[in-house]
Design a protein around this ligand. Structure first.
Ligand SMILES: [Zn+2]
Length: 493
């Protein structure tokens, strides 16, 4: 089928866009943007994983480090350092959900909880990834959980309800502009990756039964459907040609690994053997890049580590560490690709990597932060629980899960860390709202290099948009991107 970016010019017909697209080639050349989100990743998710591994993740050395406030339009009051540090229960109230947080990052607009790229009054919001596609860039979304879940779906879907999985999945699958769409949530495999007889609901994450059938039988909508671990690995390793469009559904029912119940493996933080039939998130990312890198105009890729949030909801720090380590390895794979000497699209002058979380989950702190008198794992400020002061995670050495204490089974309004490197990443410093110096001490080694400066999560959209405006047109010939967004509200602040 004709690709969206092949006929974008004809369908838009805008003089200013045509002038730009026919402009001489650029000084920068094509640019690539990687937005990498670990769902539920607060400072201590990174910190706990660092302590277990005995080494920080690659992004700990990125030159740009800011904190991010994450609240949605449902809670317009935003982050408040004074209340955060004086009231342990403050962060428990009114935290964002993943749909609103991801929308803020990819569309630059605060929306209500549960909404995906829809303004509070229901208008569709064009995402950064749609803008990138209209500029001729290849685009993709990859997750360790189903791609119809809120964070990866924010790249491409517009819905008043994040829970409408079949329609959300269909928007990505039946749309004609995404190049890569990969997740877990296979209808024919369970949480352990074993074959199962699907029930009707098992097709929700792949667009429903008929959509799945169409993909199986005809490679529908120009997609190449990839399911087997060895096929992902062959594409990732360059042993087979990358398909034109890659729709990946790894053979696990919900997440790649986070829900598995298998035999023992003492080398894993959880002590549970990994699912053998699914690729790693890093492999999925490498496979996706093989598709995206063939375009001549650069690409934009959203990568989600989806299950840190799930593990934090469950107060399961060993699994949280596994999931964060899986995400960290995917970031490492991206850095390796950018820094490979034989990569013509590599180099930090033409690549932007942003690593962040959409919100904190679990109110994760060190042991002794509060007395949980009723032992429900949640700080009950109105009940008998007593707050003693924010305590750091307790380092028990590499290979040992750090001492810790969860205080919530939900999301919190705490700041989350953002690490950025490459083209245009320095622009975050111009978008700083305020400084929370207390956070630097409270979050320990993970906050090394942070000044406590924080931005709004909509700053992610603005920095990514700025980066692609630095792409392959000659200076002065390129219109400003906001011109494409004239029908949309102006981002706040
Ligand atoms: Zn959650």
């Amino acid at each position: 089928m004709p690709r969206a970016r092949d006929h974008t010019l004809r369908s838009l017909g805008a003089g200013i866009l045509a002038a730009w697209l026919t402009a001489p080639a650029a000084a920068h050349g094509p640019v690539n943007v990687f937005l990498m989100v670990s769902d539920g990743q607060g400072f201590h998710a990174v910190g706990a994983t660092t302590l277990y591994r005995g080494a920080p993740p690659v992004y700990q050395d990125f030159p740009v480090k800011v904190a991010v406030q994450t609240h949605s339009a449902s809670q317009p009051a935003g982050y408040d350092p004074g209340r955060m540090w004086s009231d342990f229960g403050w962060a428990l109230r009114g935290a964002t959900d993943s749909a609103a947080a991801a929308t803020a990052m990819v569309s630059g607009i605060k929306v209500r909880d549960g909404q995906l790229n829809r303004s509070p009054d229901g208008r569709p919001l064009r995402t950064f990834f749609e803008d990138a596609s209209r500029l001729g860039m290849a685009t993709g979304a990859i997750s360790s959980v189903p791609f119809a879940h809120a964070t990866p779906a924010a790249a491409y879907a517009h819905s008043m309800s994040r829970n409408d999985y079949p329609a959300i999945a269909r928007e990505g699958i039946l749309g004609d502009w995404l190049d890569v769409l990969i997740g877990a949530g296979h209808p024919g495999h369970d949480v352990n990756g074993e074959p199962r007889q699907p029930e009707p609901g098992h097709y929700d994450h792949v667009g429903g039964f008929s959509t799945w059938q169409a993909l199986q039988t005809a490679g529908g909508e120009g997609w190449s459907l990839v399911e087997a671990r060895e096929d992902f690995e062959a594409i990732a390793g360059g042993r087979v040609p990358a398909p034109t469009r890659l729709l990946g559904v790894a053979r696990a029912g919900t997440t790649l690994q986070a829900d598995r119940r298998r035999g023992a493996d003492p080398n894993r933080p959880s002590g549970v053997a990994p699912n053998p039939g699914v690729p790693s998130l890093a492999t999925l990312v490498q496979a996706g890049i093989r598709v995206l890198e063939r375009g001549a105009s650069g690409f934009a890729l959203l990568v989600e580590g989806g299950a840190v949030d799930w593990a934090a909801h469950a107060h399961d720090l060993p699994r949280l560490i596994e999931e964060q380590a899986e995400f960290d390895a995917a970031v490492q794979a991206v850095v390796d690709w950018i820094e490979a000497p034989d990569n013509p699209a590599g180099g930090w002058h033409r690549n932007l990597v942003i690593v962040t979380g959409d919100h904190e989950t679990g109110h994760l702190w060190g042991p002794g932060t509060y007395s949980d008198h009723n032992r429900n794992g949640v700080y009950d400020p109105a009940g008998p629980d007593v707050f003693h002061g924010y305590r750091p995670l307790e380092d028990r050495g590499p290979g040992h899960v750090p001492g810790h204490q969860f205080a919530s089974r939900g999301h919190t309004g705490a700041l989350v860390p953002l690490f950025a490197r490459g083209l245009g990443s320095e622009r975050f410093s111009a978008l700083v709202l305020a400084r929370d110096a207390r956070a630097v001490d409270a979050y320990g080694p993970t906050a090394r290099g942070f000044a406590g400066d924080y931005v709004d999560n909509t700053a992610v959209y603005r920095v990514m948009t700025q980066a692609i405006s630095l792409g392959d047109a000659s200076p002065g010939a390129r219109p400003h991107l906001p011109a494409f967004r004239a029908i949309l509200p102006v981002p706040p602040g």
